[in-house]
Design a binder for this molecule. Structure first.
Ligand code: PLP
Length: 388
């Protein structure tokens, strides 16, 4: 291993403004964060409903720990699958309108687990070019052939589907694209999948909890029945404010994953207390519709004002509201500018987004106040004059 080479590469990254580093947050996840002793107003969390620091969720975690302790001690198939995990799976199945749900430790692992658990050599996987990195990695790691179609371009997908005839086919897409905030054209995808005898898998990490009156996600947004999408993946660390992920679907799908998904089998179960916390946050997320209404209100007011400022918004009404900068340098300058106003909005750079499409990724939480929104808009209004 040539350590000198690593140092050179790190320096090259710095020079290109592509160096990534971490902030150290001193308290709970909420709009107002304490970082380096300074109060920052954050617009870059995926805690859309404001549940990550909810007193009832904290209390559920604490009483879960009293009952189950901390560590789960083993994988689900050995002795780590608790009553709390099982109850949460049943509640997630009910929530998503499916017969079964299966918990995974993270969304990253769920995507790896599903795709490599279901596809073999000779099968074909179709993915939107802007799918989340975990879906892309799953495609690269599994033995099937990976084909990537142009972003939400159904013609591009159709052409690729027309090309292959052997083996199983799976189309996998984000429901809400994580860096652009736009929606996959699910009704068209459902139709194409059925026409070409392909499975359809939707990763609804940013749709569940947020879209649909009760937070049922992207499918509900389009009025699609659960049957239309046989494989639904959801994460628990975003709108639900806790941690982990799940896959929901029919009996055979879930039993197959239990037998074959290595990302499920060969890893320790998440703490049972965490499952208790998620059961509580799931209930709050469903019941408290005001959180989704609040989000929609913030989003539409933000878009209206940002349009008036002439900011390069993207076509989305989800809580993910990117402002396209183009160059990395510009995105970084904008982020630094906002920082001087005490606002935390991270610049998203390649390879997370394609070359030339660096951006600020603004996200909203139901806990942002009117005053928070005004502070953001005031600082954005001064962006045009900011150094680039
Ligand atoms: C965040 C995210 C994941 C990964 O989920 P984790 O639980 O954070 O590992 C997967 N897919 C999408 C679309 C995501 O945004």
């Amino acid at each position: 291993m040539d350590l000198q080479r690593l140092a050179v590469e790190l320096q090259e990254r710095r020079n290109a403004d592509l160096y990534r580093s971490r902030l150290i947050v001193e308290g709970a996840q909420q709009p107002e964060l304490q970082i380096d002793g300074r109060r920052m107003l954050s617009f870059c969390s995926n805690d859309y409903l404001g549940l990550a620091n909810h007193p009832e969720v904290i209390e559920a975690l604490q009483s879960g720990a009293d009952r189950y302790g901390v560590g789960s001690g083993a994988a689900h198939l050995i002795s780590g699958h608790s009553q709390a995990h099982h109850a949460l799976e049943e509640e997630l199945a009910e929530f998503t309108g499916r017969s079964r749900a299966l918990l995974f430790s993270t969304g990253y692992m769920a995507n790896l687990g599903v795709i490599s658990g279901l596809l073999e050599r000779g099968d074909t996987l179709y993915e939107d070019k802007l799918n989340h990195a975990s879906l892309v990695d799953a495609g690269l790691l599994c033995r099937a052939t990976l084909k990537r179609y142009r972003h939400i371009d159904m013609q591009s997908l159709q052409q690729q589907l027309a090309g292959v005839t052997r083996g199983q086919r799976l189309i996998a897409t984000d429901g809400v694209f994580s860096m652009d905030g736009d929606l996959a054209p699910l009704p068209e995808l459902v139709e194409l999948a059925s026409k070409h005898h392909a499975w359809l898998m939707v990763d609804d990490a940013h749709g569940l909890g947020v879209l649909g009156t009760q937070g049922h996600g992207s499918l509900d947004h389009f009025g699609l029945e659960p049957d239309a999408v046989p494989i639904l993946m959801g994460t628990l660390g975003k709108a639900f404010g806790t941690f982990g992920a799940f896959v929901a679907g029919g009996e055979e799908l879930i039993e197959t994953l239990i037998q074959q998904a290595r990302g499920y089998i060969y890893t320790t179960a998440t703490p049972a207390a965490l499952a208790e916390a998620t059961r509580t946050s799931l209930r709050i997320a469903r019941e408290e519709t005001w959180r989704r209404e609040r989000l929609q209100d913030l989003i539409s007011r933000f878009r209206q004002a940002a349009e008036q400022l002439g900011l390069p918004l993207m076509d989305t009404t989800t809580p993910i509201q990117p402002i396209l900068a183009g160059s990395v340098q510009r995105a970084m300058a904008w982020s630094r500018h906002l920082k001087t106003y005490g606002l935390l909005v991270t610049a998203i750079r390649p390879p997370t987004v394609p070359e030339g499409s660096a951006r600020l990724r603004i996200t909203f939480s139901a806990l942002h106040t009117d005053q928070h929104l005004e502070r953001l808009l005031d600082a954005l209004a001064k962006l045009t004059g900011a150094p680039t």
